[in-house]
Ligand binder design. Structure first.
Ligand code: EPZ
Length: 420
C-alpha cells in the first residue's frame, strides 16, 4: 500500500492549475450512454474514479480511448445492462448508469450500493424517481433490477430531499422518456447545470436549468445527438488549494476556475480575514495578519459544500479563536476529527457539530485517510505541522485529486509517495 510523507513547512509560493471536476465528469460519462454517436470529452481529470467509470462503460459493451486529458467514448454497441457488485463496491457513483440505461434499454441491473465511510447514503430517492416514470423496481440478492419494457414516461418527480445523484439520474432518464418530466426540489450544483446543458445541446428541450424546478421534454426513445464538450473545473479541488494557501497564510494563485462556483468558499475565507483577488478564470488568495475563527453550516449548493468541510476544519485549527462546523448532509462525516486530534488538534464533537479550538500546535504523526476529503484535510494539517507526517491509505486521495503530489511539490510542499 502507498503512503504519503509530508514534512511540515509553510513556505509555499506560486500557482496551481485546477483540473476538470470529477463529480461533473462522472454523470457526463454516464450521459454518453444516451448518445447516438462517439463523444470526445476534454479536460477530464486523471483520477481513479474516472478510470473506474470508464471501465464500467467498457464492461457494458461500450468502448473508450484516452488521449492525454481527452477521452473518446462510444456507447453505440452497449449490449449489457448490468453494473456488477465488483464495480459498484469500489465506486458508488456507478448508480449513475441506472437512469440512462433504463431509459435507453428499458432494463438495468445495478448492485445496490452499501453505506460508506461518510454515512449510509441510501439510493431510495433515485429508485422512487424511476418508479414515478413508470419503472418497476425489484431488489433481489443485493441487486436493483429496474424494468420499463414500454419505455419510461414523463412524470412529476418531487424529491423529498435535495439529492445530487438522484437529480442527475432523473435528468438522464427523463431525456429519452415519453413526454414531459418536471423535477421539483432538484439539486442546483454546477455539475448538474453542466449535465443539463450538454443534454440540451444534444437537442433535448430543458427549462429551469440551475433552479430547483427542471422541466425536460423527453425524446420518446430516440438517442441524443450529443456534441463534444469540455468538463468544468473542479470547484472542490480549487477550494482545497485555497485552504492550503490559507493554512500556510501565504499568497497563492489558483488558475482555471469559475469564481462563481466558489462563492460560499470565498465568502468563508473572507470571514476568516483573507483577501481574495478574483479574475475571470483565476483567483489569488493573500496572507492576513490574523486568521479569524469561523462558523460553518454545510448545505446544498449554493450553500457551503460538505465536500469542503474537512479542509476548513484543518484550517480552523490555525485560527485565532474557536470555530464551529455543523455537518447537515451526511451523518458520519467527521472521521478526520480523530486523525487531526492525533496531530494535536483540539476538536470537540457533539453530534453533527464540531467545535475547533484555534492556535493549535500541530505535530507530525502517522495518520489514516478515511475518505477523499478527510484525506485532503490531513494533507493540509501535515503541511503546517512540526516534523514528518505519514498519511496512510492514500488510495482515497487518488480517487479524486489529480497529481496532488506534483501540484503541491510545485508550490514548495515537501511531499513524497512511498510504498509500505
Ligand atoms: C454527491 O454525492 C457527490 N458525489 C458527493 O461528493 C457530495 O458529497 C454529495 O453529492 C453532496 O454534495 C458525486 O457527485 C459523485 P446526495 P451524492 O445524493 O449524489 C441523502 C466527494 O467527496 N440521500 O446529494 O451521493 C444522502 O444520504 C463526494 O467527492 C438519500 O437519503 O449525494 C445524503 O444525506 C462524496 N436518498 C443527502 O441525501 C437518496 O436516494 C445528499 O446526498 C439519495 C441521497
Amino acid at each position: 500500500m502507498k503512503y504519503l510523507k509530508i514534512v511540515g513547512n509553510k513556505e509555499i509560493d506560486g500557482e496551481i492549475t485546477i483540473s476538470g471536476a470529477k463529480n461533473a465528469a462522472l454523470p457526463l460519462i454516464a450521459a454518453t450512454i444516451l448518445s447516438k454517436n462517439e463523444i470526445q470529452i476534454s479536460n477530464l481529470p486523471n483520477v481513479v474514479d474516472i478510470n473506474t467509470f470508464l471501465k464500467l462503460i467498457d464492461m457494458l459493451g461500450g468502448s473508450f480511448k484516452k488521449v492525454e486529458d481527452k477521452v473518446y467514448i462510444d456507447t453505440t454497441k452497449i449490449d449489457n445492462t448490468t453494473a456488477t457488485y465488483d464495480i459498484v463496491k469500489t465506486m458508488r457513483a456507478s448508480i449513475l448508469v441506472l437512469g440512462p440505461l433504463l431509459s435507453r434499454f428499458g432494463v438495468c441491473e445495478v448492485s445496490l450500493p452499501g453505506g460508506c465511510a461518510i454515512g449510509q447514503r441510501p439510493v431510495d430517492l433515485h429508485l422512487k424517481a424511476m418508479e414515478q416514470m413508470g419503472a418497476v423496481i425489484e431488489i433481489n440478492h443485493g441487486y436493483i433490477k429496474a424494468t420499463a419494457p414500454n419505455g419510461l414516461k414523463g412524470a412529476k418527480i418531487v424529491f423529498d430531499k435535495v439529492t445530487v445523484g438522484g437529480t442527475e439520474n432523473a435528468v438522464m432518464a427523463a431525456s429519452m422518456a415519453n413526454g414531459t418530466t418536471t423535477i421539483i426540489n432538484a439539486a442546483k450544483e454546477p455539475e448538474i447545470v453542466q449535465l443539463c446543458e450538454i443534454i440540451q445541446d444534444a437537442g433535448v428541450k430543458i427549462e429551469g436549468i440551475g433552479t430547483s424546478k427542471i422541466i425536460i421534454e423527453g425524446t420518446n426513445g430516440e438517442l441524443l445527438d450529443m456534441k463534444n464538450f469540455s468538463v468544468i473545473p473542479d470547484r472542490i479541488e480549487a477550494g482545497t488549494y485555497m485552504c492550503t494557501a490559507a493554512i500556510c497564510n501565504k499568497k497563492l494563485k489558483i488558475n482555471n476556475i469559475i469564481p462563481i462556483h466558489l462563492e460560499a468558499v470565498i465568502s468563508k475565507l473572507e470571514e476568516m480575514n483573507f483577501e481574495i483577488l478574483q479574475e475571470e478564470t483565476s483567483l489569488t488568495i493573500l496572507p492576513t495578519n490574523e486568521i479569524k475563527p469561523v462558523n460553518i453550516i454545510t448545505s446544498e449548493y449554493p450553500g457551503f459544500p460538505t465536500d469542503m468541510q474537512a479542509q476548513f476544519m484543518a484550517l480552523a485549527t490555525q485560527a485565532n479563536g474557536t470555530s464551529t462546523i455543523d455537518e447537515r448532509l451526511f451523518e458520519n462525516r467527521f472521521m478526520h476529527v480523530s486523525e487531526l486530534a492525533r496531530m494535536g488538534a483540539d476538536i470537540h464533537l457533539n453530534g453533527n457539530i464540531a467545535t475547533i479550538k484555534g492556535n493549535a500546535q500541530l505535530n507530525g504523526a502517522d495518520v489514516m485517510a478515511t475518505d477523499l476529503r478527510a484525506s485532503s484535510a490531513l494533507v493540509l494539517a501535515a503541511i503546517v505541522a512540526n516534523g514528518e507526517t505519514n498519511i496512510h491509505r492514500i488510495y482515497h486521495l487518488d480517487r479524486g485529486y489529480e497529481d496532488l503530489e506534483g501540484k503541491l511539490s510545485n508550490i514548495g510542499v515537501n511531499i513524497k509517495r512511498f510504498t509500505e
